[in-house]
Design a protein around this ligand. Structure first.
Ligand code: ATP
Ligand code: MG
Length: 348
């Protein structure tokens, strides 16, 4: 390949790419590489530009034995870390005295790195959440076999705790499966025509016993006529059940939970006809530091209390995905001491 051909060829590569010949100098760089590494890099020794030892070593090896290799380059602009896969391939017959050169190209793999980091965090979280009840179960089994063997009262008490712990594990697995299903369906638009008025009335009826047990006055405020949205009945029921349950569990000390349904021809949030459901409690509220992370998996504002109440911390993550699938919005407003308002906006 003539050197003028190189000048035409490199810009055609859609990734940052440069050529280093046997004199260890950069003989050509495409515009992407210049944006990435600097405008004046042609003619310089490559090690003054690519300073990371693994990258330098890899290029030296390929110049020596001509075997293609791959390595990693990490760059940090002070704000975020970017990870590149670096491909080094030998091209014979070009460069100084036609001795051949290494084509070095960079592929940004930051998103892949982030995805695998998220996967690792998720596995660590799930294992931790499962291990907590499991450890309790193992402990009680030991006690039942030993010290509590002939104590019927203790046996009864331990069995009841064991039942709670296994129920918690069961709920966790159920929620994980539910999250998985919701995520895999997220791109499929739901198609059922649903009357939210009727659905909310149903949901509240089934939660009334929980509200009564918590001393909470649960009230629905909805228009007389049906309010239709296009959605998935079971999933929307899951959304409102979790939000109302949360309001009772975490905001029940305020003594009342109101569910308010309204509809509008042009909702300002989505600039289209929509229904709004607000779940309002008068409990302790949520500290603003927690608000941005509330819908993350396993995130709990009050770790101790939520676990005590048997929560898995997956409820709002599931809610978020279901609302996304409906192309809707979830808003959370809260002031400490003033309660919390969760607003669901669903396109009609
Ligand atoms: N109305 C509320 N008032 C105060 N805190 C709330 C309210 N709703 C949610 N939270 C906080 O947000 C956290 C996350 O809620 P989420 O529904 O995701 O999990 P959970 O209720 O703990 O578990 P699950 O819903 O799976 O049983 C809760 O643990 C709680 O700390
Ligand atoms: Mg919940």
């Amino acid at each position: 390949m003539s050197d003028s051909l190189i000048q035409d060829f490199l810009p055609a590569i859609p990734l940052p790419a440069l050529l280093i010949d046997q004199t260890e100098r950069i003989i050509a760089a495409n515009p992407e590489a210049q944006t990435f590494l600097g405008q004046q890099i042609t003619g310089r020794h490559f090690a003054t530009i690519l300073r990371q030892p693994p990258v330098i070593e890899t290029i030296e090896k390929v110049l020596r034995d001509r075997t293609p290799r791959r390595t990693r380059h990490l760059s940090n602009d002070g704000v975020q870390e970017t990870t590149y896969d670096v491909f080094c391939r030998y091209i014979p017959g070009i460069g100084a005295v036609q001795g051949g050169a290494v084509l070095v190209s960079f592929q940004d793999v930051t998103h892949l790195e982030q995805a695998s980091q998220m996967r690792r965090d998720f596995v660590a979280n799930v294992s931790h959440e499962l291990r907590t009840p499991l450890t309790a179960l193992i402990g009680f089994i030991e006690t039942l076999r030993g010290a509590a063997r002939d104590d019927p009262a203790a046996r009864e008490r331990f069995l009841s705790i064991m039942a709670d712990e296994s129920n918690r594990m069961n709920r966790l697995v159920g929620d994980l499966l539910s999250l998985n299903r919701v995520e895999s369906e997220e791109r499929v638009r739901p198609r059922e025509k649903i009357d939210l008025s009727a659905q909310l009335a149903d949901t509240l009826t089934s939660l009334r016993p929980l509200a009564e047990a918590a001393g909470v006055n649960l009230a629905l405020n909805a228009p007389e006529e049906p309010v239709y949205v296009t959605g998935d009945t079971d999933q929307l029921r899951q959304v409102f059940t979790n939000l109302v349950e949360n309001a009772i569990k975490y905001g029940g000390s305020g003594g009342k939970v109101d569910v308010v349904l309204t509809s509008s021809e042009r909702d300002p949030a989505i600039r289209a006809a929509a229904a709004r459901v607000q779940i309002i409690d008068k409990g302790p509220g949520i500290d603003p530091v927690h608000l941005p992370r509330l819908t993350e998996r396993f995130y709990r504002a009050d770790n101790h209390r939520s676990r005590e109440l048997g929560g898995t911390g997956l409820g709002l993550a599931i809610v978020k995905h279901i609302i996304n699938r409906h192309r809707g919005r979830l808003r959370v407003e809260s002031e400490v001491g003033q309660g919390a308002v969760f607003t669901v906006i669903l396109p009609a």
